[in-house]
Ligand binder design. Structure first.
Ligand code: NIG
Ligand code: FE
Length: 409
């Protein structure tokens, strides 16, 4: 099937993984066509040339309007599996209580843990699918999803099983991450280290047996896990074959340098990261993941994206969609706002939600390329820059995944 013509198509190929990017580095194919066979991209190029080369091919014209095509976006950090709501946390926060104060008073993550434990696996599947549907409508085709609101053997496994089941029921790709180390739950009788030992002893073998996740995360923070405990846990988990990612430097520093030194696939948050630590990302394969949704949700400063890129980091941008710190869940809006605030070029912002986010997941995705699965988002526009200029208010016309495409009214 030959799709097109697209006024512009941005395949996001041939670009560097690290460092700053200018808009004129972006490959832009004008009047483009994309040939798709069995859900894979067979050819991508000038529409007129493809018409000539494949005269028999069925032509699919998505719309009469001018269209811009991008790789479907990648959200490499979310917590979209949860029970209950934290609307009261939000009200308390805007009335002046801090995130850590609310957590210490028994609200925060533990509140979501209580509600998530009460939800059945089916209910969690349905919550995930609702969130995934919202993401698909906004052009996101790949979504990382963390556990971490169960924090007991059974409840963590229920979350991971729900993510697996949801993945089988959606055209989006869900990538699970085990976040049993989100917090030591208030009902665990023992130290933080004993809790982490329990996860490794009692949860990890079942995760492996049921093939529920190959990535793991830990929240390194005052009130969560110390740098020393995270160091120990990450090494144990890496030994067991897990790729590690970490929540670091959100409120206090120290975690980012640990994540880089351990070769984590990504270090996420980084709102407090100072220049010395930012420098370390340049020579490492650890992706720096900015989560502007958490800055917006908590009314805090943004991750220093400009400094990170200027120091040659691979910078990805993700929503952190969760019921507490980041309830918005709108990737393009958040990436555009981060870009405006941190002075990121459109190319840098776009890279951060496509192939660089794919790299944070160690998945070769976020490009439109020959032989790869077709995952494409299409906007009615005549200039790719307008997607960011409109800061998320220009919604996709359709998303194409594999051999199917869904048009949004
Ligand atoms: O990434 N920082 C830790 N964890 C989540 C928040 C989870 C919550 O508030 O429920 C985050 O911001
Ligand atoms: Fe998070």
């Amino acid at each position: 099937m030959l799709y097109g013509p697209f006024t512009q198509c941005l395949p996001m190929t041939g670009l560097p993984l690290h460092g700053s990017l200018t808009d004129d580095q972006l490959p832009v194919i004008d009047e483009a066509g994309i040939l798709i066979k069995n859900g894979r991209v067979l050819e991508i190029g000038a529409y007129a040339e493809l018409l000539e080369a494949f005269p028999e091919e069925q032509r699919i014209s998505i719309s009469d309007k001018r269209l811009v095509a991008f790789p479907a976006f990648v959200d490499c950090h979310t917590h979209i599996c949860w029970g209950g709501t934290r609307v009261h946390d939000y009200a308390m926060r805007v009335a002046g209580k801090s995130y850590l104060e609310i957590a210490k008073a028994g609200g925060g993550i533990m509140d979501s843990v209580r509600s998530t434990r009460e939800a059945s696996e089916e209910e969690l599947v349905s919550v995930i699918l609702d969130h995934v549907q919202e993401h698909l409508k906004r052009g996101i085709g790949t979504i990382e999803v963390k556990s971490g609101y169960g924090l007991s053997v059974d409840a963590e496994l229920t979350m991971l099983r729900a993510i697996k089941t949801a993945n089988e029921q959606t055209p989006a790709t869900l990538i699970p991450t085990f976040l049993g180390a989100h917090l030591k739950p208030s009902d665990f009788d023992g130290s933080a280290r004993e809790y982490l030992e329990m996860l490794i002893r009692d949860v990890v073998p079942i995760i492996k047996e049921e093939n529920l996740a190959s990535r793991a995360d830990i929240f390194v923070e005052e009130g969560a896990f110390s740098v020393e405990d995270a160091d120990w846990y990450a090494k144990e988990m890496q030994e067991l074959g897990f790729e590690m990612t970490m929540h670091v430097d959100q409120f206090t520093t120290g975690g980012a340098e640990l994540a880089v030194s351990l070769g984590c696939v990504s270090a996420d948050h980084l709102e407090q990261t100072q220049k010395v630590a930012a420098l370390r990302f340049g020579n490492s394969d650890t992706v720096a993941v900015a989560l502007p949704g958490a800055s917006l949700g908590l009314g805090m400063q943004f991750t220093p994206g400009r400094t990170l890129l200027d120091n040659d980091a691979c910078l990805a941008i993700a929503t952190d969609w969760n019921p507490g710190s980041a309830p918005m869940g709108d990737l393009v809006t958040q990436a555009s706002i981060l870009g405006a605030s941190e002075k990121l070029t459109i190319a840098e912002t776009l890279a951060g939600i496509t192939y660089r986010a794919g790299y944070a997941l160690r998945e070769d995705m976020g490009t439109i390329e020959k032989e790869k699965e077709a995952k494409i988002v299409v906007f009615e526009a005549d200039d790719y820059r307008s997607i960011f200029y409109r800061q998320g208010q220009l919604r996709p016309h359709c998303t194409l995944i594999g051999s199917e495409y869904v048009i949004y009214e």
